[in-house]
Design a protein around this ligand. Structure first.
Ligand code: NAD
Ligand code: IPM
Ligand code: MN
Length: 357
């Protein structure tokens, strides 16, 4: 049966990097049926909404979705609920893609591109499993209240239910099972929380422990406070295997981990829901307004997000392997965009990867 792939290029460098991913997909999976739609600020400009019902339905009916990036200064003055980023949160929530896989992998050729010394990142291979559809990003009540006398109060609510914690933790344990033998001090799943100060963190830790005892008792499990994990990631990152994190800590830790791989322009992600539902694939980076429109963006994160789509949603591991190997080879041959210390344009980087396929 024909598999359908929805492209949501979005804003800023989003369209530049998804274009390269599309070119690569055309080579390794030419039978895919592509469609493309406006999303984020681009959708707001046209329809007054960052995500229209039509596009949401299109996403629901697709096998996989590749999103570029959303947001930027152009929409800074737009009402909060209509901001490009809100369209992304709504898309994640509506698709119920609760498990966000963010692999931080240092390609051998980039071991000197990281801001850490080579010995700390050479061979680095971490998988961050970030909860994506709950926590403080979605908790109620939230708002900004006027307290009078010029005083205001802004507040959010960090909350998790047991089933929300259990389902994402289960994904982390399953992934760790397939990654035997990796990691030093933290060899299996390392769950992060702030159970020293937050009730939602206490619940998080208790539920992870319960699930572990019930279903994964033979798998290694560690717990670490989220701030200590941030430190560990730059102290001895190769000791870490699978990080389980809530929505907010996972967001922060994945940007931190990205720098270990050489550049945030290298980090892909997969957002997965229940089996049989479409996965949402996105680079971890944003719309990079500072370099948008200049052809400077590194397309690797978008191309590797397409690679994850082939692997996790479309059951095409062979095509995914081809992309993975081609990215590695292009880097080996010296292909570099500016963020990696080179001078290639976005499309030249795409050319180099396609040539290596
Ligand atoms: P950013 O990731 O867009 O940029 C951070 C820095 O990294 C910038 O210097 C940028 O030039 C650089 N960078 C990012 N991607 C790159 C790439 N592919 N190649 C080379 N350099 C790259 O983060 P930000 O500046 O904090 O956010 C900008 C906008 O993007 C904001 O509106 C934010 O909300 C949005 N954002 C969207 C997503 C998403 O769509 N998934 C993710 C993060 C941020
Ligand atoms: C990410 C981004 C998003 C997030 C924003 C743009 C809503 O930072 O995908 O990492 O915070 O989840
Ligand atoms: Mn982020």
């Amino acid at each position: 049966m024909t598999q359908t792939f929805l492209l949501l290029p979005g804003d800023g460098i989003g369209p530049e990097v998804t274009e390269q991913a599309r070119r690569v997909l055309d080579v390794v999976a030419p039978d895919l049926k592509f469609s493309e739609a406006l999303f984020g600020g681009a959708s707001y400009d046209e329809h007054g909404l960052p995500l229209t019902d039509e596009v949401l339905n299109q996403a629901r009916q697709s096998d996989a979705i590749l999103m570029g990036a959303v947001g930027g200064p152009k929409w800074a003055g737009v009402a909060r609920h209509l901001r490009p980023e809100m369209g992304l949160l709504k898309l994640r929530k509506e698709l119920d893609v609760y498990a966000n896989l963010r692999p931080a992998f240092c390609f051998p050729a980039l071991a000197d591109a990281s801001s850490l010394k080579r010995e700390f990142v050479e061979g680095l291979d971490i998988m961050i499993v970030r909860e994506l559809t709950s926590g403080v990003y979605f908790g109620e009540p939230r708002g900004i209240d006027d307290l009078g006398n010029g005083e205001r109060k802004g507040y959010d609510n960090a909350c998790y239910t047991s089933s929300e914690v259990r389902r994402v933790a289960r994904v982390a344990f399953e992934i760790a099972k397939g990654r035997k033998g990796k990691g030093g001090l933290y060899p299996g799943v390392t769950s992060t929380d702030k159970s020293n100060v937050m009730e939602s963190g206490v619940l998080w830790r208790e539920e992870v422990i319960k699930l572990h005892q019930e279903e994964f008792a033979n798998e290694p499990l560690d717990h670490i406070l989220a701030d200590a994990m941030a430190m560990q990631l730059v102290k001895k990152p190769k000791d870490v295997n699978v990080i389980l994190a809530d929505n907010l800590f996972g967001d922060i830790l994945s940007d931190e981990a990205s720098q270990l791989t050489g550049s945030i322009g290298m980090l892909p992600s997969a957002a997965l829901g229940e089996p049989g539902t479409p996965g949402l694939y996105e680079p971890v980076h944003g719309s990079a307004p500072d370099i948008a429109g200049k052809g400077l963006a590194n397309p690797c994160a978008a191309i590797l997000s397409a690679e994850m789509a082939l692997r996790w949603s479309l059951d095409r591991a062979d095509a995914a392997d081809r992309i993975w190997n081609a990215v590695g080879k292009a880097l080996e041959d010296g292909a570099r965009t500016a963020d990696l210390g080179g001078s290639m344009s976005t499309s030249q980087m795409g050319d180099a990867i396609i040539a290596a396929l």
